[in-house]
Design a protein around this ligand. Structure first.
Ligand SMILES: Cc1cc2nc3c(=O)[nH]c(=O)nc-3n(C[C@H](O)[C@H](O)[C@H](O)COP(=O)(O)OP(=O)(O)OC[C@H]3O[C@@H](n4cnc5c(N)ncnc54)[C@H](O)[C@@H]3O)c2cc1C
Ligand code: FES
Ligand code: FES
Length: 472
C-alpha cells in the first residue's frame, strides 16, 4: 500500500497513519498543526477553511480555492497544497494578499481572514481583472461577521493580477500515485482509469463513490461518520474529459463545474450562468455533475436544465453500458436508476437547434451561495410565432425535479403570446402540489412558477417589453 503524498506549503508530506475519512481541515489543524484554516460552519458555507490546491498546466502553477472542511485527505494525493501559513516569504515578509488585507484594514477579529486570504490568493493567481463582478464572485464563498465587505473587496481589487502573487515554483515530484490507501479497518481506492473504477465498483458494491465530496463531505465534517470503504473518482482520467461532436457536448462524470464552465459558456450560456450560481467558487472547484445527478435532490440545480435540454446519461458496469434520458434516471426522492455495480460515466447534452429558445431561472433567498427555492428550465421550439414544442421543468416544486406535463401539453401548438398564458396558474396547480417550508410557501412557489413562464415568453419575444418589466 502506498502512502498519500502531497506538497504542503512546498514541503513533501507522506501520510499513511491517518484515517482516510479524516477531513483535510482536521488533518491540517490536528496532524500538521497548521491552525490558520478555521472551522466556521463545517458545511462549505463560510469559507473560513479555504485552502488552495495547485496543479501545473503549461509549465505554470494554477491554484483553485477549495473548502478543506468537506474534503477527505486522500483527495490530496499528488496535489500541491497551499495554506495561509505558506503565503509569507521565507524572510517573513508578507505576501501581497496579506499586505493588501492589512493596508485596507480588512480584518477585525481575524477568524475569517485566512480563508479570505486564500480565496484572494487563488483569485490573484488566476490573473483575472479586478472588476466588481469578478471580485464578488471570487469572495462569495467567504463570510465575515465583523469587518464588513468593503475593505475586503478593496484589498481584493488591489491584488488582482498582482505580478508578485506567484509563490516560489515547487512541483510535486513524479512519484507513483496512490491507488489504494488502508488504515485500520478503512480503505480508500483511488482508481486512475475507468476500467479500474468499474472493477472496483464490481468487487466492492458497498463502497461509497466520492466525486468532489460536496454532498457527502457533510457526513464527515458534521456527522463524523467513518465510511469503511470509499472509491474516489477525481483521478479517473476518462471521467475528466470534456468533448464535443457534431451534435452534443459530453461531460465526464467527474468534471467539476469550474472545469465545465468554458464549454458551457460556449454552447449553453444560460446553463453557464446557472452553474456560476451553484455554491461558491470553492464548491464549484470540487462539485461534479455526476454528484449532482446521483444525489437526486429535488433542488439539484443541474437536473431541470439537463432534463429540459434532453440530456442523456451514460451508465457503465464492467460488462454493460446503457444510456437513458436524465428524466428517467430520477426515480423518486433522492432515488435514482443507478444499480449497485453501475457508475455514471458521462452526460451528453445535445446542442440546441436555432429554432429553440432556452432559459433557466433560479429563485433563492440569497443570490450567492444559496440553494434554490424554485428553479425552472424552459425550452420552446418556435415556428412563425407558434410554440411547436414546449418543455417546462421545475425543481423545488415536488419530491423530484419534474416536467409540468399539463402545462406543456396546453401550450404546445399554441401561438406564443401573452394571451396563451392566461390560465397557466391553474394548469400548474394540476401539475404540482408544492410544499411550504422556510424557503417559501406553496402559494409562493406556484405563483413564481407561473410568473417565470410569463417572463420566459416575454424574453423570447419582445425585448422592449422585458426592458419595461425589469424597470418596474
Ligand atoms: C455550501 C454548498 C453549496 C451548495 N450549493 C448548491 C447549489 O447551489 N446547487 C446545487 O444543485 N447543489 C449545491 N450543493 C450540492 C453539491 O455541491 C452538488 O450536488 C454537487 O454537484 C455534488 O457533487 P460532488 O462531486 O461533490 O458529489 P459527492 O458528494 O462526491 O457525491 C454525491 C453523490 O454522488 C455519487 N456519485 C458521485 N460520482 C459518481 C459517479 N461517477 N457515479 C455514480 N455515483 C456517483 C456519490 O456516491 C454520492 O451519492 C451545495 C453544496 C454545498 C456544501
Ligand atoms: S468551515 Fe465553513 S466552509 Fe469550511
Ligand atoms: S474579521 Fe471577524 S469574522 Fe471577519
Amino acid at each position: 500500500m502506498a502512502p498519500i503524498r502531497f506538497l504542503l506549503n512546498g514541503e513533501m508530506r507522506s501520510e499513511d497513519r491517518v484515517s482516510p475519512t479524516t477531513t483535510v481541515l482536521d488533518y491540517l489543524r490536528g496532524t500538521a498543526r497548521l491552525t490558520g484554516a478555521k472551522e466556521g460552519c463545517a458545511e462549505g458555507d463560510c469559507g473560513a477553511c479555504t485552502i488552495a490546491i495547485g496543479e501545473t498546466r503549461n509549465g505554470a502553477a494554477h491554484y483553485r480555492a477549495v473548502n478543506s472542511c468537506l474534503m477527505m485527505l486522500p483527495q490530496l494525493d499528488g496535489c500541491d497544497i497551499v495554506t495561509v501559513e505558506g503565503l509569507a516569504k521565507e524572510d517573513g515578509s508578507l505576501h501581497p494578499v496579506q499586505q493588501a488585507l492589512a493596508e485596507a484594514d480588512a480584518t477585525q477579529c481575524g477568524f475569517c481572514t485566512p480563508g479570505f486570504a486564500m480565496a484572494m490568493f487563488a483569485f490573484a493567481q488566476g490573473g483575472e481583472a479586478g472588476s466588481d463582478e469578478n471580485i464578488h464572485d471570487a469572495l462569495a464563498g467567504n463570510l465575515c461577521r465583523c469587518t464588513g465587505y468593503r475593505p475586503i473587496g478593496e484589498a481584493c481589487r488591489k491584488i488582482a493580477g498582482h505580478p508578485d502573487s506567484a509563490l516560489a515554483e515547487k512541483s510535486v515530484p513524479a512519484l507513483p500515485p496512490c491507488t489504494e490507501y488502508k488504515h485500520d479497518e478503512q480503505i480508500c481506492f483511488l482508481p486512475r482509469s475507468l476500467d479500474q473504477f468499474l472493477q472496483l465498483r464490481a468487487s466492492h458494491p458497498a463502497a461509497l463513490i466520492v466525486g468532489g465530496g460536496t454532498d457527502l463531505g457533510l457526513k464527515l465534517s458534521k456527522e463524523r461518520e467513518r465510511f469503511p470503504a470509499v472509491i474516489l473518482t477525481n483521478g479517473v482520467r476518462e471521467l475528466k474529459t470534456i468533448a464535443t461532436d457534431g451534435g452534443a457536448l459530453e461531460l465526464g462524470g467527474a468534471v467539476t463545474y469550474s472545469e465545465a464552465l468554458p464549454s458551457l459558456d460556449m454552447y449553453f450560456p444560460a446553463f453557464a450562468a446557472l452553474a456560476r450560481r451553484i455554491g461558491s467558487r470553492q464548491i464549484r472547484n470540487l462539485g461534479t455533475f455526476a454528484g449532482n445527478l446521483a444525489t437526486a435532490s429535488p433542488i439539484g440545480d443541474t437536473l431541470p436544465c439537463l432534463i429540459a435540454l434532453g440530456a442523456q446519461i451514460a451508465l457503465r458496469t464492467t460488462t454493460a453500458a446503457r444510456t437513458m434520458p436524465v428524466e428517467d434516471f430520477i426515480l423518486g426522492y433522492r432515488k435514482t436508476a443507478l444499480k449497485p455495480d453501475e457508475v455514471i460515466a458521462t452526460i451528453r447534452i445535445p446542442f440546441l437547434p436555432n429554432s429553440d429558445r432556452f432559459a433557466i431561472y433560479k429563485l433563492s433567498k440569497r443570490f450567492d451561495q444559496d440553494i434554490s427555492t424554485v428553479i425552472a428550465a424552459f425550452r420552446v421550439t418556435l415556428d412563425h410565432g407558434v410554440a411547436r414544442d414546449f418543455r417546462a421543468v421545475y425543481g423545488g416544486m415536488a419530491a423530484i425535479p419534474k416536467r409540468a406535463a399539463t402545462l406543456e401539453k396546453a401550450l404546445t401548438g399554441k401561438t406564443w403570446d401573452t394571451q396563451t398564458l392566461d390560465g397557466i396558474d391553474a394548469l400548474l396547480a394540476q401539475d404540482f402540489k408544492p410544499m411550504s417550508d422556510q424557503r417559501g410557501s406553496a402559494a409562493y412557489r406556484l405563483r413564481a412558477a407561473a410568473n417565470l413562464v410569463r417572463r420566459f415568453q416575454i424574453e423570447t419575444t419582445d425585448e422592449r417589453a422585458l426592458a419595461r418589466v425589469e424597470a418596474l
